[in-house]
Design a protein around this ligand. Structure first.
Ligand code: FAD
Ligand code: NAD
Length: 474
């Protein structure tokens, strides 16, 4: 049995190694460096720069902890920051991790092809190398994992010099004095937070009436306040109209409450979403079903052509690295079961619940979510109640001087489809929220109730006690 995987991001390369471990011969094709968006221009480089931001913030606060530096005068010393050095460190981290993936792919059952893939027929893919050479690869099964690319606004000036995507901003050698971010989604807010710590004056323009429109409204409003306190100017309900360049400056015009307003900046980050990377695949040629949102699949990641699967960002679902990886696992489980002659149900029962997906926004402070929001419960007619707690009442948070934070656990009420007290979601922001929310994801995977959460001993003093405090409100 042979499998071809197009794309070597977290969906593609993890599935390739898992398939080889099951004795499947794999061709993996990549037109970019292994690790995909996640490793080369997404998760890892941003989190590397987040760490720079954290170090800077800690240094700014040092005097409150009685720490000062030789020769320092005054309460709030000006922290010097070398952006080029930060980018160099980030690139070293990426190179190390890329080396790890390349090593994993050096398996006698895995054949790595560097080049752009496009379908010739439903079992055959043509690979065009960077030098222009062409080869073809045929296999029993094919998995498409080509990810996504930055979207842009169709407005005048969207391609002006100094208008950046998340890819280019990761390699700036100098900190812009003024940064205007278009879009207060995950990417926009992470970069707004990072560059504010680096010293930029940051303004964020968001079309919707709240930041992070798909997140819990209550949490998003509080996070907005918290980012505002750090000096990040966020305008919501702002309709961006145009970008124009005058000498070294960029002017972003937008409409707010029927008035035209403008922001002047040195760099503009376009962070208005991502779209599936379909362009070069030649999908129409083989009759594979897709929409502008992405490739259409069933819950086993199977497309309308039974031996072709699609996983990760290319499906246009939750564009997250761990989603890509687990969708790959689901697709592989389906293929393996089919090879063994089993009758494969959809969704197959492999223990993976693709509805329970924790996600984090690595701002300072972090935000993290899993499961249903209060608004979703209302819209779906699910009786639910919310239990809340605050970081300012948590001993560890105060010891760390991280009092800003909020936690909301959504639990099922009486009379609905869920058992009363069952944990349906958690929406929080505050120090290390990304790690804390994982506990709720684990409990949700076991359909646990908030009463069960209350009986689990949490170490003291820890930030995870914010969950226990919320649970005790039940
Ligand atoms: P990708 O990682 O995009 O990989 C696709 C691969 O396919 C690429 O290597 C590409 O070169 C290759 N390819 C494309 N077309 C072809 C072709 N025709 N032929 C051959 N190869 C092809 N997610 C998180 O979970 N946590 C985070 O903290 C996070 N931070 C992010 C920060 C930023 C700035 C961005 C942009 C994204 C972030 N994401 C994060 C999202 C995450 O990067 C993606 O969800 C994830 O990379 C998707 O994995 P994938 O395998 O579907 O595709
Ligand atoms: P997004 O969909 O999260 O946010 C885009 C934002 O732009 C939205 O708030 C939207 O309302 C706004 N917008 C759209 N049109 C606009 C306009 N005309 N004017 C002003 N604002 C406008 O998309 P993103 O932030 O680009 O991120 C893309 C994907 O990458 C996300 O789906 C996310 O899951 C993934 N990602 C994840 C992480 C993480 O897990 N930490 C980090 C970065 C990116």
């Amino acid at each position: 049995m042979t499998l071809t995987i197009i794309g070597a991001g977290p969906g593609g390369y993890e599935t390739a190694t898992a398939a080889a471990a099951k004795g499947i011969e794999v061709n993996i094709i990549s037109d970019g460096p292994v690790g995909g968006t996640c490793l080369n221009e997404g998760c890892i480089p941003t989190k590397s720069l987040c760490r720079n931001a954290e170090v800077i913030e800690d240094m700014r606060k040092a005097s409150a902890f009685g720490v000062s530096f030789e020769g320092q005068t005054g309460e709030n010393p000006e922290v010097k920051f070398d952006m080029a050095k930060a980018v160099e460190r980030k690139d070293e981290v990426l190179a190390q991790l890329r080396g790890g993936i390349e090593f994993l792919l050096k398996n006698k059952l895995i054949h790595l092809h560097i080049g752009k893939a496009s379908f010739v027929d439903a079992h055959t893919v043509k690979v065009t190398s960077p030098e222009g050479g062409e080869t073809t690869v045929s296999s029993d099964y094919i998995m498409i994992a080509t990810g996504s690319v930055s979207a842009s606004l169709p407005i005048p000036g969207n391609d002006a010099e100094g208008v950046l995507t998340s890819r280019e901003i990761l390699s700036l050698k100098e900190v812009p004095k003024r940064l205007c971010v278009i879009g207060a989604g995950v990417i926009g807010l992470e970069f707004a937070s990072i560059f504010r710590s680096f010293g930029s004056e940051v303004s964020v323009l968001e079309y919707c009436k709240d930041i992070l429109p798909r997140f819990d409204t209550d949490m998003a409003k509080r996070l907005k306040q918290s980012l505002g306190k750090r000096g990040i100017a966020i305008e919501t309900s702002a309709q961006v109209q145009s970008i124009s360049r005058n000498g070294e400056e960029l002017t972003v015009k937008y409409i707010k409450k029927d008035k035209e307003v403008e922001v002047v900046a040195d760099k503009v980050l376009m962070a208005v979403g991502r779209r599936p990377n379909i362009a070069s695949l030649n999908l129409s040629e083989i009759g594979l079903e897709f929409t502008p949102k992405g490739i259409v699949t069933d819950a086993n990641m199977r497309t309308n052509i039974p031996h072709i699967f699609a996983i990760g960002d290319i499906r246009g679902g939750m564009m997250l690295a761990h989603v890509a990886t687990f969708e790959g696992e689901r697709a592989l489980n389906t293929i393996v079961a089919e090879m063994a002659g089993e009758n494969v149900e959809c969704p197959m029962n492999d223990g993976i619940d693709l509805n329970i997906v924790p996600a984090a926004v690595f701002t300072s402070p972090e935000a993290a979510v899993v499961g249903k929001t209060e608004d979703e419960c209302k819209a779906e007619g699910i009786p639910a109640r919310c239990l809340k707690s605050f970081f300012r009442a948590n001993g560890k948070a105060l010891s760390m001087d991280e009092p800003d934070g909020y936690c909301k656990i959504v639990v099922a009420g009486e009379g609905g489809q869920f058992k009363p007290g069952q944990i349906l979601g958690c929406h929080m922001f505050g120090a290390h929220s990304a790690d804390i929310v994982q506990e709720i994801a684990a409990l949700m995977n076991r359909q646990a109730t908030v009463e069960e959460l209350r009986t689990i001993i949490h170490a003291h003093p820890t930030l995870s006690e914010v969950l226990l405090t919320a649970a005790r409100q039940a």
